[in-house]
Design a protein around this ligand. Structure first.
Ligand SMILES: [Mn+2]
Length: 308
């Protein structure tokens, strides 16, 4: 399995910069890939020096972090000049992703949303997103994937791409092979989207381009250790990853603020592996049989067997 940890888990603690963080991830057992925020982790640093520190580690990709000039929207910004800057920033991220030998640019549109009724022309905003994604996907051509990470709200009260269904609709309308979806469990829980259900649908369509593993209590983007709150749903998600033999990188989008970061990352890896082992012990065929029984009691027995 491929695993990546979050750079900011170390950087935001204040005692490590990006280079130290890369060096530290080299030493965390199980971590195979690195993932960078753009422009956040790249512009302040030297790209050649970053590559030196990456060494023999693999890079999964680059994730867009839109800040100050985009607070009124990225691809839906009413100011065409700002909208253009957002698209160009994605193209820069694609260049950096290529340079670092990454595979996917993740796009979280923090500000393409709204706060007040009557403050956005929804049809026009939708069209602006479709055309922006087409341009970005065409620039990425066939060597880089573009993956939409939806989040239902925060920092806006409403996001335009607010759920898995809306995101899949956007992907379908854009109609580009290299456009897919990144599912973040906390974001899904905030929307009341069941992680396994949309992972299964996206996997079936070949559109699951990224996974952000974490856990939480639904109301906020909690960023807790995978499987610590909604364990049955997390087990169900891993079952579908195994069913479709998912080969992508599992990125832990968690926020160890009080915990030892290395220990927290290791615990996430250990949780995924333990769940995977528990599934193997029962067997995929047996789980499939229980699913097809549509029997809540049988399902509960399955969970109990997994936990013993
Ligand atoms: Mn995420």
């Amino acid at each position: 399995m491929n695993f990546a940890g979050r750079m900011n888990s170390f950087i935001l603690r204040g005692d490590k910069d990006l280079y130290d963080t890369i060096d530290t991830y080299h030493k965390v057992p199980g971590i195979t890939h690195l993932e960078f925020n753009y422009p956040e982790h790249i512009k302040k640093y030297d790209l050649e020096k970053i590559k030196e520190h990456i060494g023999d580690m693999k890079v999964n990709g680059v994730a867009m972090r839109f800040k100050a000039p985009f607070i009124n929207g990225e691809f839906t910004n009413p100011d065409e000049k700002v909208r253009r800057e957002a698209i160009d920033l994605c193209k820069e991220a694609i260049d950096v992703c290529r340079e670092l030998k990454g595979e996917v640019v993740t796009v979280w549109q923090a500000y393409d949303g709204f706060d007040y009724p009557f403050s956005v022309n929804y049809e026009e905003a939708w069209e602006k997103m479709v055309s922006a994604f087409r341009e970005i996907c065409d620039y990425a051509a066939d060597d880089i994937k573009i993956s939409i990470e939806y989040k239902p709200y925060e920092p806006r009260n409403y996001a335009m791409l607010d759920g898995a269904g809306t995101t899949l609709l956007m992907i379908k309308e854009v109609g580009r092979e290299n456009l897919g979806m990144t599912l973040d469990i906390c974001h899904m829980l905030m929307k009341h989207d069941n992680p396994a259900m949309y992972a299964a649908i996206a996997l079936k369509q070949g559109k699951l381009f990224g996974l952000h593993l974490n856990d939480g209590y639904c109301a906020m983007d909690s960023g807790l250790i995978f499987g610590t709150v909604n364990l049955p749903q997390c087990i169900e998600l891993v079952y579908y990853l195994k069913k479709y033999d998912y080969k992508g990188t599992l990125f832990f989008d968690t926020f160890p603020i009080r915990e030892c970061v290395e220990a927290e990352v290791s615990q996430n890896i250990s949780m995924v592996k333990k769940i995977s082992d528990a599934i193997d012990k029962i067997g995929m065929d047996e789980i499939e049989r229980i699913i097809s029984s549509h029997d809540g009691v049988e399902v509960n027995k399955l969970l109990m067997n997994m936990l013993i």
